[in-house]
Design a binder for this molecule. Structure first.
Ligand code: SAM
Length: 290
């Protein structure tokens, strides 16, 4: 049965509770070798406090593609990495709108988002397997959809190729990889970003005020600002280099995936086109041979 009014991810994600859980439990759950405790401790809380609980970017794109795939019989979905349960909320609400019950596998190397996903899956009565694994090695089988959000930028080029090859191996014939990711312009030179992005003291002060406004205690608001300040100071794409469209197309070609769509949106606050090397958020569909 198709739902009456389309459901949004916000309708089914109890973000205040999930954010509180990650805030309290990430220091114990995140493995110190991965150095992700600050990131996973603060991710959901930052979504809640700064963006009023907005879902991850591109959720309408994922919903549209899930509807298209579900109408063709897609059921089995791999969510390839997630900083919290935001992607699961997108996938679950998208399939509910399509009136289809999916079988979802969620994989992340870290136990904190896996814990959040298990909790949301149980609350929603989903058919969900959530597990910790390294996606440079992990392969599933017979997936109709693989969903990835800002994931490849975490890796060096050779590792990106391995991850894309694993996605391709995980897909059933005709299955689709759906990605929302920043893509960097080709060319030499540093990537443009707003000057305010590097003003971490100002960002921390703003966040602390937002956190107080959202009801955190003064001590928690100050701690959140400190944790977020450390996360902001270490951007993964500074370490790995931006992902360009040409590189991505090369990984798809090598893995035998056909590009169906790469649609880029410039940042609203970016300078005029051509003025600087930019990152743009892209919505991407690549398909396994049928
Ligand atoms: C998917 S990405 C970006 C998050 C995304 N924007 C979101 O909304 O969830 C971040 C996740 O990748 C995970 N990760 C990083 N390296 C990994 C690896 N080798 N295998 C599995 N997960 C990994 C991190 O633990 C983190 O949770």
């Amino acid at each position: 049965m198709v739902a009456d009014a389309p459901m949004t991810p916000v309708d089914i994600e109890p973000l205040p509770r999930l954010a509180r859980l990650a805030w309290d439990r990430a220091p114990a759950l995140c493995a110190s070798r991965d150095g992700c405790a600050d990131y996973h401790r603060s991710w959901s809380m930052l979504r809640l406090v700064r963006a009023g609980g907005k879902p991850p970017a591109g959720w309408r794109f994922f919903h549209a593609e899930i509807a298209r795939a579900a109408a063709r019989g897609a059921r089995r979905v791999l969510i390839s990495g997630g900083a919290d349960a935001g992607l699961l909320a997108i996938v679950a609400s998208g399939f509910r709108n399509a009136g289809v019950v999916p079988r979802i596998t969620f994989v992340d190397r870290c136990a904190t988002p896996v814990m959040q996903n298990r909790l949301l899956g149980a609350e929603l009565g989903l058919d969900l397997r959530a597990e910790t694994a390294d996606l440079r090695e992990f392969r599933a089988d017979g997936m109709d959809l693989v969903i990835a959000h800002s994931f490849l930028v975490f890796f060096e080029t050779a590792e990106r190729a391995r991850v894309v090859a694993n996605w391709a191996e995980s897909l059933a014939p005709g299955g689709a990889l759906l990605m929302s990711s920043a893509l960097a312009d080709e060319g030499p030179g540093a990537l443009w970003r707003p000057a305010s992005a590097d003003d971490i003291p100002a960002r921390k002060a703003r966040l602390q005020a937002q956190a107080r406004g959202a009801g955190l205690t003064p001590a928690e608001a100050a701690e959140l600002a400190d944790v977020a300040g450390r996360v902001w100071a270490t951007r993964p794409s500074d370490r790995t280099g931006g992902l360009t469209e040409a590189e991505l197309r090369g990984h798809f070609r090598a893995a035998g995936l056909a590009v169906e769509r790469i649609a880029c949106k410039p940042r609203a606050d970016a300078p005029a086109l051509g003025a600087a090397r930019q990152r743009r958020r892209a919505e991407i569909v690549a398909r396994a041979p049928g």
